[in-house]
Ligand binder design. Structure first.
Ligand SMILES: Nc1ncnc2c1ncn2[C@@H]1O[C@H](COP(=O)(O)OP(=O)(O)OP(=O)(O)O)[C@@H](O)[C@H]1O
Ligand SMILES: [Mg+2]
Length: 109
């Protein structure tokens, strides 16, 4: 099951996400929580310390390819499960957290 939580600023998205993630994990579900906010703070809401918060997934995991019929596509350079294992951190109740989407620096475009 995949659940995406989006909505108005300050409406409680991160709080609800962390609560759902931990409750599902407590009930025995395998939970992968993805913080795709450009200003991420799901780690703190899950109960991770700043030191235990994972670094964002590097953007160069995405590579451009051209298919046999000439279409340009963007794909992960490794299986998604490997991305989760390599870049995720384990939060309370066994939730695995991935941080992605953080803005690395200001720039054009
Ligand atoms: N059900 C609730 N009742 C009262 N306060 C709440 C509730 N849920 C969240 N809050 C508080 O509201 C504030 C905003 O919550 P939260 O950070 O989860 O929102 P958000 O939608 O993720 O915000 P942002 O758009 O900045 O990412 C926090 O101070 C949080 O503690
Ligand atoms: Mg938030």
């Amino acid at each position: 099951m995949k659940i995406a939580i989006a909505g108005k600023g300050g409406s409680g998205k991160t709080t609800l996400t962390a609560t759902l993630a931990r409750l599902f994990a407590r009930r025995g579900r395998q939970v992968l929580a993805v913080d795709a906010d450009s200003n991420p703070n799901l780690a703190a809401s899950l109960g991770l310390s700043a030191a235990a918060t994972p670094s964002p997934v590097p953007r160069d995991l995405l590579v451009d390819r051209t298919t046999d019929d000439g279409k340009r596509i963007t794909v992960l350079s490794m299986p998604a499960a490997e991305v989760a294992a390599r870049y995720g951190a384990i939060a309370p109740d066994g939730v695995r957290l991935l941080v992605m989407g953080k803005v690395a620096h200001a720039g054009a475009g």
